[in-house]
Design a protein around this ligand. Sequence first.
Ligand SMILES: *Cc1c(COP(=O)(O)O)cnc(C)c1O
Length: 355
Amino acid sequence: MVHAPNRPPADAPPVRINLYSDTQTRPTPAMKDAMMVAEMGDEQHGDDPTVHALCDRMAALMGKEAAVFLPSGTMCNVIAILTHCRKGDEVLAHETSHILHSEGGTHAALTGVQIMPLKGPRGMFTADDVRAGIRPKTRYAPPQRMLEVEQTANIGGGAVWPLEQLNAVAAVAHEQGWATHMDGARLMNACVAAGIAPAEMVAGFDSVWLDFTKGLGAPLGAVLCGSAEFIGDAWRWKQRLGGSMRQAGICAAACLYSLDHHVERLAEDHANAKALARGLAQIPGITVETPDTNLVFFDIRETGIGLDDFQNRLRSRGIMISGLGGRVRACTHLDVSAPMIEEAVATIREVVAAA
Ligand SMILES: *Cc1c(COP(=O)(O)O)cnc(C)c1O
């Protein structure tokens, strides 16, 4: 079985409107300029000044003692679990979470934890749901060690956890002596949408990471934050997993640039997502979930068009969109403008009408 991604066929028409994911953003010319003049050193050796600047800035932004630069968000989740937990421990997380569905079974393959899937609407659960998941502390039950949340909840529809709910679930976890970890792949989207500063949003969480390759538009990189002790231990796993880098400042410079220039503009992505949702809601047969942030999930089953067919018809018209668990997901970001949203709605209307 080959698991490498397919390359697009040579004759595929160019993608003009990319609603597939905010991971598809390309570095802007100004971001590339910032990368070209980055000071660099050996990151693995502790000598890269731009990586230090990024980590210091992120630790301050998140209100944590320390931070570590990693190649990807997935590695942040894996390292956080490896650092907080031991093999055989149990992690409580939402049943739609990225750690459960989209990390290649890494927790069975590498971390050795098991995950208790919690239920709840829009990728979120309540303090009562967490309490209901508490196991007796006997030798029969797996030792529970960590609670994980996703802010925003991706499969949950890009939903923003209300701050009180985050603090309430974290409080239950801490009462039990568990660690709390936040998958903040799109944390800045949540902070901008809610108008809450990151440090306040993540105060209940012992560890948190932010992805720079989603709406922030950097080519790669994520930063994991926590206590100095936690980050010290995370460094050993970074080394073991091959996540220690060399002249990583060239990428850290893109991340720093994105913190200066691409955070406030996330509000434009959210406005575009709302415009897209309003437009799609007018199309017969389409049911749209109201977006909180930059992800718009909708259901096309009543149009009679299958998901693959729908994606292919749009792709042949230069629009790329994703399908997730039977729903369609459109994602707005840096490279999607308001006129593109209008064009996408018009094209989807045509495709549905033609079916
Ligand atoms: C994208 C994503 C990740 C993984 O991040 P990568 O940088 O792609 O490895 C983890 N969690 C959520 C919620 C995500 O959307």
